[in-house]
Structure formats: structure tokens, C-alpha cells
Design a protein around this ligand. Structure first.
Ligand code: FE2
Ligand code: FE2
Length: 474
């Protein structure tokens, strides 16, 4: 169980380590001041129907109640330790899992934790303005839930930095509050986390595509031989599932509403669809293309000696590492990666150890495809002949083997000029963004009401009805 009587709720017996406790209590006001500046705009007095973790056990971990977000009980929760756990891959396979940082891996591990930690506050910053244009109280509550949990994920990484990395760790923890998404001088570390999230369609796409990158990264780190990192990531994953639900169901509800309006009015031209105040399926496809391609970049280069090192050292595993049946060292295994040769995209076999980024990306793509198929079902059930598709893996990429090539959504290699001529058939144009934003000019805050461009969800939060007061504005 989690001790909520302490200043920093935790299940790591924080009170026993006074120095650490004091260091974290010192970081806490800096975190709160970051939240006041960079958390959801104008929200500090709202009472939000939020869930708070009460235990790390799989059942009954959440408690729902009204909370003012700055008073949310951010804390430190690790999955309980398994005394028998081992390093399960790489050259240390079979050794007991490390309870402390192995000296030789200190700087790599710190880098991994900082890179993960940096994405958490970044997404809160990206979503800061969206509360002002929410489509319902239900959705407003959901974005706030996502935001406070991303804040908690930052706490999770900062705990590891403070607890295991001494002074360097404390400095990194401060820098995590100093970088800003999209800032030219001091940006967040990864590209996708510096892109704006300007509207609710972008938000749902982000939580579907980019939070799912988070899931896959956390799954790989949950396999880590460094046990405190593995246990931290396992608990974070239980929270991440809700973020992806918000994204998938949000896009699905937008598609549903568009299809309903198209059917009712027997229309299919995008201009006609827009004239009725809903988002045309073509624009949804363009948003999908954008978020998918920038998220694919987050996995890094197709062939990477860093990825090989992380694996060989036992620091970052594969997706579901312990469920895979092989030698878990990948000594002789090969893996296919794509490369552009002349005017062709070829596949070549490379040592699997060096292709671990690509492999994680492929695992991710498989799960993404299943989600897109579920969206497609909504369109099919409405009897509308439109196909939502994932663009080619090489489309609009800035990292890895496709960088610098101009590849169409269907995988043809084009010249820059040819590509540019199609750019806004494939990616949202400034006009698309301004149309979508024109639908979201104000907050829909009446009980049980939903904006015209989105269908209501199937059910409310925690068994509450759809017209429940999910947020009190005070
Ligand atoms: Fe997160
Ligand atoms: Fe998330």
C-alpha cells in the first residue's frame, strides 16, 4: 500500500533515507512551480474527478475523487521487488538483477532515464492550451487525468535520478524542469515532443500514436537488468494504458460522428462534410499520416550500435523479452531493415543486435495497425467506402535510413519537387489546421453535452453517467 500521510506519497520507504527524502522535498516546490507555469492553463482552482493510485496491486489500485490538480498526490510507486529476478538478456544473463547501478553503465543508464523522463513533462506542455476548447466535461477530465499522470511519470524518473545518481542525478532532475517543449534555446530532447499539439484531433492522435511509443519504450525498460528501473516502468505501464484508451476512443468517436453525419445527409465530398461542422475523413487520414511518421522517428536509427550496447549490457530489452524464445543474446541472429538504393527500397539482413530499434518499431507498427483496423470498422459499419491506411514506413521520416529521401505514402521514391506537389494531400495543411481549430473555439461545459464534431463515448468514467459533473470550475 501507499503511504499518503507523508509529504511525498511513496511505497519505497522514503522516510528511511533522510538525505534522499530531503533532496526530493527540495525538488517538489520546483516541480509545483513548473506545474503552475506549464500545466493546463487556468485550471488551478478546478476540482477534477481524478483517479489516484492507492496501491500498486493490479486490482483496486485506483480511487476516484474531486481533486484540485496542484494538490494531486504525485508520488513514487514501484512494483514490489521479486527477490529471484535475474538479468534476462545480454552478456550478464543469469546474474541476479542489479539493485544498484553498475559503475560501468552509470552514464548510459542516466541517459536512458533522462531521455524517458524528458518526454513526460513535454507532453503536458504540448497539451497546455487544450482545456480551453474541450468538447465535453468528460474529455476535459480525461486530458487532466493524462496530464497529472505524465507529471507522476516525471516523478518516477526523478526518483531514480536522485536515488541512484547522486549529484549528476540531481542536476538532471533540475534540467527536466528547465527544458520546454518547442523552445528554440532549450527544447525537449526528442523531436516529436517539440511539435505543437494544437487541437483535440491532434491530442487524440498524439495519445494513440505517441503515448504508445511511450508504452513500447517502457516495456523495453521494464525488462532492464537494473531492477529499480524495471519496477518503476511496470507501474507506469498501468497508467499508460488509459492514455492510449483516451486517444483511440477519441479518434474513434470523431470518425463515428463524421460517418453519422455523412450517412444522415447522404454526402461524401469533404467540403460538404465540413459545411456540417464535422471533420472529413481525408483530414483525419492526414493527421494520422503526420502523427504516425513523427512517432516512428522516436525509435531511432534502423541500425544502431547504441541499441546493441544497451541490449548487450542488459539495460534495455526487447518488447516482451522474457516471452521470446531464443538465446536472449542475439549472437548469430539477423534482422531485416530497409534501405534506399537508387530508386528502390531494398530489404537487407543485418545483425539483429544492431537492429533492435527497428525491431521495436516493427512491434509498435503491428499494434498500431490493429488499432487503425478498429477505426476502419466504424467506417465500414456505416457503409462508407473509405479506407484509412498507415502510410509507408519511409514516408516523412527524419531519422534512420529514409532520412533525406522523398517517399510517398505508398512507398514510391520521388524527387523533392514531386513530393512537395503532393505534400498537402498527405499531411495536414495550414488550412486543415485552421478548419479543425475553428470547430474548437470554446469549451463545451454543460453537463452531458458534447461538441458537434465528436460522438459521446460508450460509457462514463468509473461507472458515472455521461452527464456527471466531471469538472467543477469554481
Ligand atoms: Fe508517461
Ligand atoms: Fe502517457
Amino acid at each position: 500500500m501507499i503511504n499518503y500521510t507523508e509529504k511525498i506519497p511513496n511505497n519505497v520507504d522514503l522516510g528511511r533515507d533522510r538525505v534522499l527524502q530531503r533532496a526530493l522535498e527540495h525538488w517538489q516546490p520546483a516541480y509545483l512551480s513548473w506545474w503552475y507555469d506549464m500545466g493546463p492553463n487556468e485550471s488551478h482552482n478546478f476540482e477534477v474527478y481524478l483517479r489516484t493510485a492507492t496501491s500498486v496491486e493490479p486490482d483496486g489500485w485506483a480511487q476516484f475523487d474531486y481533486v484540485k490538480m496542484p494538490e494531486y498526490r504525485w508520488g513514487i510507486f514501484l512494483q514490489p521487488r521479486d527477490e529471484k529476478r535475474q538479468v534476462n538478456f545480454g552478456i550478464h544473463k543469469g546474474q541476479p538483477a542489479w539493485q544498484d547501478v553498475p559503475g560501468e553503465y552509470r552514464s548510459i543508464l542516466r541517459r536512458i532515464i533522462v531521455t524517458q523522463g524528458d518526454t513526460e513533462p513535454a507532453s503536458v506542455e504540448q497539451q497546455k492550451m487544450l482545456g480551453l476548447s474541450c468538447p465535453s466535461l468528460y474529455d476535459l477530465r480525461n486530458i487532466f487525468q493524462v496530464n497529472v499522470e505524465e507529471g507522476r511519470h516525471l516523478w518516477a524518473m526523478v526518483y531514480l535520478l536522485h536515488r541512484y545518481f547522486g549529484r549528476d542525478g540531481r542536476e538532471e532532475a533540475e534540467s527536466l524542469l528547465a527544458r520546454r517543449s518547442g523552445d528554440t534555446d532549450n527544447p525537449r530532447i526528442l523531436g516529436a515532443f517539440n511539435e505543437p499539439t494544437p487541437d483535440w484531433l491532434a491530442f487524440y492522435m498524439f495519445t494513440f500514436f505517441t503515448d504508445r511509443d511511450g508504452k513500447f519504450q517502457l516495456c523495453a525498460l521494464a525488462e532492464s537488468g537494473f531492477d529499480p528501473l524495471a519496477r518503476t516502468c511496470r507501474f507506469m505501464l498501468t497508467e499508460e494504458a488509459h492514455h492510449m484508451f483516451v486517444g483511440e476512443s477519441g479518434v474513434s468517436r470523431i470518425i463515428q460522428r463524421t460517418c453519422d453525419v455523412m450517412k444522415e445527409n447522404k454526402i461524401d465530398a469533404p467540403a460538404d462534410v465540413r459545411s456540417l461542422g464535422v471533420i472529413d475523413l481525408q483530414t483525419i487520414q492526414r493527421y494520422l499520416n503526420f502523427h504516425y511518421s513523427v512517432t516512428l522517428d522516436l525509435y531511432g536509427s534502423d541500425v544502431s550500435s547504441n541499441a546493441a550496447n544497451y541490449y548487450t549490457s542488459g539495460l534495455k530489452g526487447r518488447f516482451r523479452e522474457t516471452k521470446l524464445e531464443d538465446d536472449h543474446t542475439l549472437r548469430d541472429a539477423m534482422y531485416p531493415v530497409s534501405e534506399v538504393v537508387g530508386d528502390k527500397i531494398n530489404t537487407k539482413q543485418v545483425p539483429a543486435l544492431t537492429a533492435l530499434n527497428e525491431r521495436l518499431r516493427d512491434d509498435y507498427i503491428e499494434e498500431i495497425q490493429a488499432g487503425v483496423n478498429r477505426w476502419q470498422r466504424v467506417i465500414d459499419e456505416a457503409g462508407i467506402p473509405f479506407r484509412l491506411t498507415l502510410p509507408h514506413k519511409g514516408f516523412h521520416r527524419e531519422i534512420g535510413n529514409f532520412t533525406g529521401h522523398f517517399i510517398s505514402t505508398t512507398g514510391e521514391i520521388l524527387t523533392e519537387e514531386q513530393w512537395k506537389a503532393h505534400e498537402f494531400e498527405w499531411l495536414p495543411s495550414p488550412k486543415d489546421y485552421s478548419y479543425v481549430q475553428s470547430l474548437m473555439s470554446g469549451r463545451v461545459a454543460e453537463l452531458g453535452k458534447f461538441a458537434n464534431w465528436i460522438a459521446p463515448p460508450v460509457k462514463g468514467v468509473n461507472g458515472q453517467p455521461l452527464d456527471f459533473q466531471y469538472v467543477r470550475f469554481n
